[in-house]
Design a protein around this ligand. Structure first.
Ligand SMILES: [Zn+2]
Length: 290
C-alpha cells in the first residue's frame, strides 16, 4: 500500500469520525464498528512514519538510478513534418525490469514485433507510437537501446570476400540521423512536369508495400496532390498513365525516403582488407547489455 493511500484512508476516517452519522443511542454494534475503525486508523497513523523511512532509505539507494531512469528528449528525424500536431521530439525512458521480462517472453520463432510495439508504448512519450514512420521508429528504438543497455552495439560480420568473421562494435551515439526536409515531400516530376505532394508511409502502413506488386498498386495512396488535383480517383489514374521515370521518382520519394538513421556502415576486413558494407539491424545483442 502506498503512503498516499494510507493517508487518504486515515483522513477519510478522521473526517467520518469528526462528523459521525446520527447513531441511535442504543446501537452497540455501531459503536463497536466505530471503535474498531478508530483503532485501525490509529495503527495506520503510526505506520506512516515507518513507511516514509523505508521510502527514504530506498530513495537513497536509488539516487543514481533515478538520474539514469530520467526521460531523455530525442529529436525525431521527421522534424515535425509528418505528424498532424507537428511533433518534433519525443521523450524516452530506459527499459525497466518489467519491460525486460516482457522482452524475454518473446516466443522463439516469433518476430517479436508486437512486443517491440508494447515496449515503445511504455518507453516513449509525446507521440502515438503506432503513428511513427518506419524511419522515426527505428531511430527511437536504437536510442532506447543506447540509453537502456549502453552505447556499444556489437555486430558480428563475415567478410563477403574471404569469410573471415569480425566482431564489430558500433557506437549508437555516433549514428547520425538525416532530417527530413519539406522538399522531399513536395517536388516536380521529371516527365509530366507536375508538382506533387506526397505523404510518407507509417509503420502501420507496412502491409501496403510488403511486395513489389503491392508497392506499385498502393502508390497512389501516398500521393496527396498532383498539380492542382487532389481527387484520389484522378491521382490513381494518373499513376497508371504517366511515364516510368515519373513513377520511379515517386517510388523513391515515397518508399525510400532519404531521412532518418544511417542503416549501414563500412569496415575493412582484417583478413583480406576487403571493404565490407554492413546493414545495421536488430540482432541478438540488441536487447542485452554490451
Ligand atoms: Zn576478408
Amino acid at each position: 500500500m502506498t503512503e498516499d493511500s494510507i493517508i487518504d484512508l486515515v483522513q477519510q476516517h478522521r473526517s467520518q469520525g469528526g462528523d459521525p452519522p446520527p447513531a441511535e443511542p442504543n446501537n452497540p454494534s455501531q459503536d463497536m464498528q466505530n471503535a474498531a475503525m478508530m483503532r485501525k486508523a490509529q495503527v495506520m497513523s503510526e505506520n506512516i512514519p515507518e513507511d516514509s523511512a523505508i521510502e527514504e532509505a530506498l530513495e537513497g539507494l536509488l539516487t543514481h538510478v533515478k538520474n539514469k531512469m530520467a526521460w531523455t528528449v530525442v529529436q525525431l528525424p521527421s522534424r515535425g513534418l509528418l505528424y498532424e500536431d507537428g511533433t518534433t521530439e519525443v521523450k524516452l525512458r530506459p527499459f525497466t525490469f518489467a519491460d525486460e521480462k516482457m522482452l524475454k517472453s518473446i516466443p522463439v520463432n516469433s518476430d517479436g514485433l508486437q512486443v517491440i510495439d508494447k515496449l515503445l508504448e511504455n518507453c516513449v512519450e509525446g507521440v502515438d507510437t503506432h503513428q511513427l514512420t518506419p524511419a522515426d521508429r527505428l531511430y527511437v528504438l536504437f536510442r532506447l537501446r543506447g540509453i537502456s543497455y549502453g552505447d556499444d552495439y556489437k555486430i558480428t560480420h563475415d567478410c563477403l570476400n574471404c569469410g573471415h568473421s569480425s566482431e564489430l562494435t558500433l557506437g549508437i551515439s555516433t549514428l547520425t540521423a538525416t532530417p527530413l526536409t519539406q522538399e522531399h515531400m513536395l517536388f516536380v516530376l521529371p516527365d509530366s512536369e507536375q508538382e506533387v505532394e506526397i505523404k510518407l508511409p507509417r509503420t502501420q502502413d507496412e502491409n501496403l508495400f510488403s511486395s513489389n506488386e503491392m508497392l506499385m498498386q498502393n502508390m497512389h495512396m501516398f500521393i496527396r496532390r498532383v498539380g492542382a488535383v487532389a481527387d484520389p480517383l484522378v491521382i490513381e489514374a494518373f499513376v497508371q498513365k504517366t511515364t516510368v521515370r515519373d513513377i520511379d521518382t515517386l517510388r523513391r520519394h515515397i518508399y525510400m525516403p532519404d531521412y532518418g538513421m544511417e542503416t549501414h556502415f563500412f569496415y575493412s576486413c582484417n583478413g583480406c582488407a576487403h571493404k565490407n558494407r554492413v546493414e545495421i539491424g536488430l540482432n541478438e545483442n540488441f536487447f542485452t547489455a554490451s
